[in-house]
Design a protein around this ligand. Structure first.
Ligand code: DIG
Ligand code: MN
Ligand code: MN
Length: 386
Protein backbone atom coordinates (compact mmCIF):
# COMPACT_ATOMS: atom_id res chain seq x y z
CA UNK A 1 0.00 0.00 0.00
CA UNK A 2 2.90 2.37 0.69
CA UNK A 3 5.15 1.27 -2.15
CA UNK A 4 5.96 4.10 -4.61
CA UNK A 5 3.76 4.06 -7.73
CA UNK A 6 4.52 5.69 -11.12
CA UNK A 7 1.27 7.68 -10.89
CA UNK A 8 2.89 9.78 -8.15
CA UNK A 9 5.81 10.69 -10.44
CA UNK A 10 8.42 10.56 -7.68
CA UNK A 11 11.73 12.04 -8.84
CA UNK A 12 15.14 12.78 -7.34
CA UNK A 13 17.95 14.98 -8.63
CA UNK A 14 21.30 13.35 -9.38
CA UNK A 15 22.71 15.59 -6.64
CA UNK A 16 20.33 14.24 -3.96
CA UNK A 17 21.17 10.56 -3.57
CA UNK A 18 24.55 11.50 -5.01
CA UNK A 19 25.24 13.89 -2.13
CA UNK A 20 28.65 12.94 -0.68
CA UNK A 21 27.97 14.57 2.69
CA UNK A 22 30.26 17.56 2.37
CA UNK A 23 29.12 20.53 4.46
CA UNK A 24 30.65 23.90 5.40
CA UNK A 25 32.36 22.26 8.36
CA UNK A 26 33.28 18.85 7.02
CA UNK A 27 34.70 16.80 4.19
CA UNK A 28 32.76 14.17 2.19
CA UNK A 29 31.74 11.03 4.10
CA UNK A 30 30.52 9.01 1.09
CA UNK A 31 32.18 8.21 -2.24
CA UNK A 32 30.86 9.98 -5.31
CA UNK A 33 28.45 7.90 -7.39
CA UNK A 34 28.44 8.11 -11.19
CA UNK A 35 25.24 9.31 -12.89
CA UNK A 36 24.70 5.76 -14.17
CA UNK A 37 25.05 4.32 -10.65
CA UNK A 38 22.54 6.90 -9.42
CA UNK A 39 20.03 6.00 -12.14
CA UNK A 40 20.22 2.34 -11.12
CA UNK A 41 19.96 3.21 -7.42
CA UNK A 42 16.83 5.28 -8.07
CA UNK A 43 15.31 2.53 -10.19
CA UNK A 44 16.03 0.02 -7.41
CA UNK A 45 14.21 2.08 -4.78
CA UNK A 46 11.20 2.68 -7.05
CA UNK A 47 11.62 6.25 -8.30
CA UNK A 48 9.85 7.30 -11.51
CA UNK A 49 12.34 9.85 -12.75
CA UNK A 50 15.65 11.64 -12.28
CA UNK A 51 16.53 15.35 -12.64
CA UNK A 52 19.87 17.05 -13.17
CA UNK A 53 21.92 20.20 -13.28
CA UNK A 54 24.10 20.32 -16.38
CA UNK A 55 27.29 19.69 -14.39
CA UNK A 56 25.81 16.77 -12.45
CA UNK A 57 26.22 14.84 -15.70
CA UNK A 58 28.71 16.87 -17.76
CA UNK A 59 31.72 18.36 -15.92
CA UNK A 60 32.09 22.10 -16.60
CA UNK A 61 35.36 21.56 -18.51
CA UNK A 62 34.25 18.51 -20.52
CA UNK A 63 34.99 18.56 -24.25
CA UNK A 64 32.08 18.22 -26.70
CA UNK A 65 33.17 14.62 -27.37
CA UNK A 66 33.31 13.82 -23.64
CA UNK A 67 29.89 15.46 -23.23
CA UNK A 68 28.37 13.34 -25.96
CA UNK A 69 29.84 10.15 -24.49
CA UNK A 70 28.50 10.95 -21.03
CA UNK A 71 25.05 11.65 -22.50
CA UNK A 72 25.13 8.38 -24.43
CA UNK A 73 25.89 6.28 -21.36
CA UNK A 74 23.31 8.20 -19.31
CA UNK A 75 20.66 7.64 -21.97
CA UNK A 76 21.52 3.94 -22.02
CA UNK A 77 20.96 3.72 -18.25
CA UNK A 78 17.64 5.52 -18.64
CA UNK A 79 16.58 3.10 -21.37
CA UNK A 80 17.70 0.13 -19.25
CA UNK A 81 15.77 1.24 -16.16
CA UNK A 82 12.83 3.09 -17.71
CA UNK A 83 13.49 6.22 -15.66
CA UNK A 84 12.46 9.52 -17.28
CA UNK A 85 13.98 13.02 -17.03
CA UNK A 86 11.09 15.47 -16.46
CA UNK A 87 13.17 18.41 -15.24
CA UNK A 88 16.56 19.92 -15.95
CA UNK A 89 18.35 22.94 -14.57
CA UNK A 90 21.66 24.80 -14.66
CA UNK A 91 24.35 24.98 -12.02
CA UNK A 92 24.86 28.73 -11.85
CA UNK A 93 26.10 28.67 -8.30
CA UNK A 94 29.16 26.41 -7.85
CA UNK A 95 31.80 27.88 -10.15
CA UNK A 96 33.73 30.92 -8.79
CA UNK A 97 32.69 32.83 -11.92
CA UNK A 98 29.25 33.12 -10.33
CA UNK A 99 30.49 34.34 -6.95
CA UNK A 100 28.55 37.60 -7.39
CA UNK A 101 25.60 36.12 -9.19
CA UNK A 102 24.97 34.84 -12.70
CA UNK A 103 22.15 36.69 -14.46
CA UNK A 104 22.37 39.54 -11.91
CA UNK A 105 26.18 39.81 -11.77
CA UNK A 106 27.67 43.29 -12.09
CA UNK A 107 30.03 41.86 -14.72
CA UNK A 108 28.36 41.75 -18.17
CA UNK A 109 30.75 38.98 -19.22
CA UNK A 110 29.47 36.80 -16.35
CA UNK A 111 25.87 37.58 -17.31
CA UNK A 112 26.63 36.61 -20.91
CA UNK A 113 28.45 33.44 -19.84
CA UNK A 114 25.45 32.51 -17.63
CA UNK A 115 23.17 32.79 -20.68
CA UNK A 116 25.52 30.63 -22.75
CA UNK A 117 25.77 28.02 -20.00
CA UNK A 118 22.02 27.95 -19.52
CA UNK A 119 21.28 27.60 -23.26
CA UNK A 120 23.69 24.66 -23.46
CA UNK A 121 22.06 23.12 -20.38
CA UNK A 122 18.63 23.64 -21.93
CA UNK A 123 19.91 21.80 -25.02
CA UNK A 124 21.02 18.94 -22.78
CA UNK A 125 17.72 18.84 -20.93
CA UNK A 126 15.73 18.84 -24.15
CA UNK A 127 17.89 16.02 -25.48
CA UNK A 128 16.96 14.00 -22.38
CA UNK A 129 13.25 14.79 -22.73
CA UNK A 130 12.86 17.36 -19.95
CA UNK A 131 9.80 19.61 -20.26
CA UNK A 132 10.28 21.66 -17.09
CA UNK A 133 13.30 23.91 -16.66
CA UNK A 134 14.06 25.13 -13.13
CA UNK A 135 15.82 28.36 -12.27
CA UNK A 136 17.18 28.56 -8.73
CA UNK A 137 19.18 31.77 -8.39
CA UNK A 138 21.42 30.59 -5.56
CA UNK A 139 23.95 33.35 -6.12
CA UNK A 140 21.52 36.04 -7.28
CA UNK A 141 21.76 38.19 -4.20
CA UNK A 142 23.98 40.35 -2.05
CA UNK A 143 25.79 40.63 1.26
CA UNK A 144 25.95 44.41 0.94
CA UNK A 145 23.31 46.38 -0.92
CA UNK A 146 26.03 48.88 -1.70
CA UNK A 147 27.17 46.39 -4.34
CA UNK A 148 24.14 46.43 -6.60
CA UNK A 149 20.97 48.40 -7.21
CA UNK A 150 18.23 45.83 -6.39
CA UNK A 151 16.01 47.29 -9.11
CA UNK A 152 18.81 46.87 -11.64
CA UNK A 153 19.31 43.29 -10.43
CA UNK A 154 15.66 42.49 -11.09
CA UNK A 155 15.88 44.05 -14.56
CA UNK A 156 18.92 41.87 -15.36
CA UNK A 157 17.11 38.73 -14.11
CA UNK A 158 14.06 39.63 -16.21
CA UNK A 159 16.18 40.27 -19.29
CA UNK A 160 17.82 36.86 -18.93
CA UNK A 161 14.53 35.00 -18.48
CA UNK A 162 12.94 36.83 -21.43
CA UNK A 163 15.95 35.92 -23.60
CA UNK A 164 15.79 32.26 -22.52
CA UNK A 165 12.02 32.03 -23.04
CA UNK A 166 12.65 33.25 -26.59
CA UNK A 167 15.47 30.70 -26.95
CA UNK A 168 13.19 27.85 -25.84
CA UNK A 169 10.52 28.99 -28.32
CA UNK A 170 13.08 29.49 -31.12
CA UNK A 171 14.42 25.97 -30.52
CA UNK A 172 10.95 24.50 -30.22
CA UNK A 173 11.81 22.97 -26.85
CA UNK A 174 8.38 23.66 -25.36
CA UNK A 175 9.85 24.20 -21.90
CA UNK A 176 7.83 25.51 -18.99
CA UNK A 177 10.12 27.50 -16.72
CA UNK A 178 9.79 27.02 -12.94
CA UNK A 179 11.34 29.68 -10.69
CA UNK A 180 12.59 28.49 -7.31
CA UNK A 181 12.77 30.97 -4.45
CA UNK A 182 15.03 30.89 -1.40
CA UNK A 183 15.44 33.72 1.15
CA UNK A 184 19.19 33.38 1.72
CA UNK A 185 22.16 30.95 1.66
CA UNK A 186 24.57 30.89 0.01
CA UNK A 187 24.14 34.69 -0.40
CA UNK A 188 23.43 36.91 2.57
CA UNK A 189 20.11 37.71 0.92
CA UNK A 190 18.78 36.20 -2.30
CA UNK A 191 16.62 38.32 -4.60
CA UNK A 192 12.98 37.23 -4.99
CA UNK A 193 13.18 35.34 -1.68
CA UNK A 194 9.77 33.62 -1.59
CA UNK A 195 7.32 31.89 -3.91
CA UNK A 196 5.00 34.87 -3.53
CA UNK A 197 7.75 37.21 -4.69
CA UNK A 198 8.34 34.97 -7.72
CA UNK A 199 4.63 34.98 -8.58
CA UNK A 200 4.66 38.78 -8.59
CA UNK A 201 7.82 38.82 -10.73
CA UNK A 202 6.40 36.41 -13.34
CA UNK A 203 3.71 38.98 -14.18
CA UNK A 204 6.46 41.39 -15.34
CA UNK A 205 7.95 38.97 -17.91
CA UNK A 206 7.42 38.99 -21.70
CA UNK A 207 6.05 35.41 -21.68
CA UNK A 208 4.40 34.97 -18.26
CA UNK A 209 2.36 32.03 -19.56
CA UNK A 210 5.59 30.01 -19.94
CA UNK A 211 6.75 30.66 -16.40
CA UNK A 212 5.61 29.21 -13.09
CA UNK A 213 7.18 28.33 -9.76
CA UNK A 214 9.05 25.48 -8.11
CA UNK A 215 8.40 26.03 -4.37
CA UNK A 216 10.64 24.17 -1.93
CA UNK A 217 9.51 23.18 1.56
CA UNK A 218 12.82 24.07 3.21
CA UNK A 219 13.09 27.48 1.57
CA UNK A 220 9.69 28.94 2.52
CA UNK A 221 10.11 27.38 5.98
CA UNK A 222 13.52 29.08 6.37
CA UNK A 223 11.65 32.35 5.80
CA UNK A 224 9.21 31.44 8.60
CA UNK A 225 6.32 31.04 6.17
CA UNK A 226 3.53 28.46 5.88
CA UNK A 227 4.62 26.34 2.93
CA UNK A 228 1.13 24.91 2.36
CA UNK A 229 -0.23 28.43 1.88
CA UNK A 230 2.57 29.26 -0.58
CA UNK A 231 1.71 26.17 -2.64
CA UNK A 232 -1.99 27.05 -2.45
CA UNK A 233 -1.28 30.47 -3.94
CA UNK A 234 0.76 28.88 -6.74
CA UNK A 235 -2.03 26.37 -7.45
CA UNK A 236 -4.64 29.15 -7.41
CA UNK A 237 -2.59 31.04 -9.99
CA UNK A 238 -2.15 27.93 -12.16
CA UNK A 239 1.60 28.31 -11.62
CA UNK A 240 2.62 25.18 -9.67
CA UNK A 241 4.78 23.85 -12.50
CA UNK A 242 7.03 21.76 -10.21
CA UNK A 243 7.67 21.25 -6.50
CA UNK A 244 10.74 20.49 -4.36
CA UNK A 245 9.73 18.27 -1.45
CA UNK A 246 11.87 17.89 1.67
CA UNK A 247 11.65 19.00 5.28
CA UNK A 248 13.13 21.70 7.48
CA UNK A 249 13.24 22.96 11.05
CA UNK A 250 12.48 26.69 10.95
CA UNK A 251 15.22 29.15 11.85
CA UNK A 252 17.98 26.85 10.61
CA UNK A 253 20.23 26.67 7.55
CA UNK A 254 18.76 24.86 4.53
CA UNK A 255 18.53 21.35 5.95
CA UNK A 256 16.97 19.58 2.95
CA UNK A 257 15.77 16.75 5.22
CA UNK A 258 14.03 13.58 4.03
CA UNK A 259 10.39 14.38 3.23
CA UNK A 260 8.30 14.19 6.41
CA UNK A 261 11.39 13.96 8.64
CA UNK A 262 10.58 16.97 10.78
CA UNK A 263 7.17 18.60 10.49
CA UNK A 264 4.64 15.75 10.23
CA UNK A 265 1.62 18.05 10.43
CA UNK A 266 2.75 20.46 7.68
CA UNK A 267 3.82 17.49 5.54
CA UNK A 268 0.35 15.98 5.97
CA UNK A 269 -1.49 19.16 4.98
CA UNK A 270 0.89 19.60 2.01
CA UNK A 271 0.19 16.09 0.70
CA UNK A 272 -3.54 16.59 1.35
CA UNK A 273 -3.47 19.83 -0.67
CA UNK A 274 -1.55 18.27 -3.59
CA UNK A 275 -3.81 15.21 -3.68
CA UNK A 276 -7.08 17.12 -3.14
CA UNK A 277 -6.09 19.52 -5.92
CA UNK A 278 -5.03 16.57 -8.15
CA UNK A 279 -1.58 18.07 -8.76
CA UNK A 280 -0.35 16.31 -11.89
CA UNK A 281 3.34 17.27 -11.88
CA UNK A 282 6.40 15.44 -10.60
CA UNK A 283 6.90 15.09 -6.85
CA UNK A 284 10.60 15.93 -6.69
CA UNK A 285 12.57 15.21 -3.54
CA UNK A 286 15.24 17.90 -3.42
CA UNK A 287 16.79 16.48 -0.27
CA UNK A 288 19.71 14.38 0.93
CA UNK A 289 20.55 11.83 3.59
CA UNK A 290 22.06 12.88 6.93
CA UNK A 291 25.83 13.22 6.82
CA UNK A 292 25.86 10.34 9.33
CA UNK A 293 24.69 7.89 6.67
CA UNK A 294 26.50 5.32 4.52
CA UNK A 295 25.28 4.08 1.14
CA UNK A 296 22.65 1.88 2.80
CA UNK A 297 21.44 4.95 4.69
CA UNK A 298 21.13 6.86 1.44
CA UNK A 299 18.75 4.18 0.16
CA UNK A 300 16.82 4.38 3.44
CA UNK A 301 16.57 8.13 2.84
CA UNK A 302 15.24 7.76 -0.71
CA UNK A 303 12.74 5.05 0.22
CA UNK A 304 11.66 7.09 3.25
CA UNK A 305 10.85 10.15 1.13
CA UNK A 306 8.49 8.18 -1.09
CA UNK A 307 7.05 5.92 1.63
CA UNK A 308 6.26 8.95 3.83
CA UNK A 309 4.46 10.62 0.94
CA UNK A 310 2.42 7.45 0.29
CA UNK A 311 1.55 7.12 4.00
CA UNK A 312 0.42 10.75 4.18
CA UNK A 313 -1.59 10.36 0.98
CA UNK A 314 -3.41 7.45 2.67
CA UNK A 315 -3.96 9.66 5.74
CA UNK A 316 -5.42 12.36 3.48
CA UNK A 317 -7.87 9.85 2.04
CA UNK A 318 -8.72 8.79 5.61
CA UNK A 319 -9.32 12.45 6.57
CA UNK A 320 -11.64 12.91 3.60
CA UNK A 321 -13.57 9.75 4.59
CA UNK A 322 -13.65 10.29 8.37
CA UNK A 323 -17.34 10.75 9.34
CA UNK A 324 -16.67 12.89 12.42
CA UNK A 325 -14.20 15.17 10.63
CA UNK A 326 -16.47 15.55 7.63
CA UNK A 327 -19.47 16.22 9.90
CA UNK A 328 -17.57 19.04 11.62
CA UNK A 329 -16.53 20.52 8.25
CA UNK A 330 -20.09 20.26 6.93
CA UNK A 331 -21.37 22.20 9.95
CA UNK A 332 -18.67 24.84 9.49
CA UNK A 333 -19.59 25.31 5.86
CA UNK A 334 -23.36 24.94 6.24
CA UNK A 335 -25.11 27.14 3.64
CA UNK A 336 -27.03 30.17 4.86
CA UNK A 337 -29.66 30.63 2.10
CA UNK A 338 -30.88 33.93 3.56
CA UNK A 339 -27.53 35.42 2.53
CA UNK A 340 -27.69 34.20 -1.08
CA UNK A 341 -29.04 37.52 -2.45
CA UNK A 342 -26.09 39.28 -0.86
CA UNK A 343 -23.39 37.00 -2.35
CA UNK A 344 -21.70 36.94 -5.74
CA UNK A 345 -20.38 39.46 -8.26
CA UNK A 346 -21.01 43.14 -7.87
CA UNK A 347 -24.24 44.73 -8.90
CA UNK A 348 -25.64 48.04 -7.75
CA UNK A 349 -28.67 46.22 -6.35
CA UNK A 350 -26.47 43.76 -4.47
CA UNK A 351 -24.38 46.58 -3.02
CA UNK A 352 -27.51 48.42 -1.89
CA UNK A 353 -28.96 45.24 -0.36
CA UNK A 354 -25.67 44.58 1.48
CA UNK A 355 -25.55 48.11 2.83
CA UNK A 356 -29.18 47.88 3.97
CA UNK A 357 -28.89 44.42 5.59
CA UNK A 358 -29.01 44.17 9.42
CA UNK A 359 -26.32 41.88 10.89
CA UNK A 360 -26.40 40.50 14.43
CA UNK A 361 -22.74 41.29 15.06
CA UNK A 362 -22.73 39.89 18.61
CA UNK A 363 -24.12 36.59 17.37
CA UNK A 364 -21.44 36.48 14.64
CA UNK A 365 -18.76 36.72 17.32
CA UNK A 366 -20.27 34.20 19.71
CA UNK A 367 -20.37 31.23 17.35
CA UNK A 368 -18.12 28.35 18.48
CA UNK A 369 -16.19 26.89 15.52
CA UNK A 370 -15.09 23.50 16.91
CA UNK A 371 -11.50 23.89 15.69
CA UNK A 372 -10.08 22.38 18.89
CA UNK A 373 -12.08 19.19 18.25
CA UNK A 374 -11.22 19.27 14.55
CA UNK A 375 -7.48 19.69 15.09
CA UNK A 376 -7.46 17.02 17.81
CA UNK A 377 -9.04 14.64 15.29
CA UNK A 378 -6.23 15.45 12.85
CA UNK A 379 -3.67 14.74 15.58
CA UNK A 380 -5.33 11.42 16.40
CA UNK A 381 -5.53 10.52 12.72
CA UNK A 382 -1.83 11.23 12.28
CA UNK A 383 -0.95 9.35 15.46
CA UNK A 384 -2.83 6.32 14.17
CA UNK A 385 -5.44 6.17 16.92
CA UNK A 386 -8.37 6.79 14.54
C1 DIG B 1 18.32 24.01 -4.40
O1 DIG B 1 17.16 23.90 -3.62
C2 DIG B 1 17.98 24.00 -5.86
C3 DIG B 1 19.05 23.33 -6.66
O2 DIG B 1 19.31 22.11 -6.06
C4 DIG B 1 18.38 23.13 -7.98
O3 DIG B 1 18.76 24.16 -8.83
C5 DIG B 1 16.91 23.22 -7.71
C6 DIG B 1 16.20 22.08 -8.40
O4 DIG B 1 15.35 21.39 -7.56
N1 DIG B 1 16.81 23.26 -6.24
MN1 MN C 1 17.03 23.48 -0.22
MN1 MN D 1 15.38 22.96 -4.50
Amino acid sequence: MYEPQPAYKFTFGLWTVGNVGRDPFGEPVRRALSPVEIVHLLADVGAWGVNLHDNDLVPIDASPAERDQLVRTFKAALAETGLVVPMATTNLFSDPAFKDGAFTSNDPAVRAYALQKTMRAMDLGAELGATTYVFWGGREGAESDASKDPVEALKRFREALNFLCDYSNDQGYGYRFALEAKPNEPRGDIYLPTTGAMLGFIATLDHPEMVGVNPEVAHETMAGLNFVHAVAQALDAGKLFHIDLNDQNSGRYDQDFRFGAHNYKQSFFLVKLLEDQQYAGPRHFDAHAYRSEDSAGVRDFARGCMRSYMILAAKARQFNADPEIQQLLAELNAPQPELTPLQGRYSRERAQALKAHTFDRQALGQRGLGYERLDQLVFELLMGVR
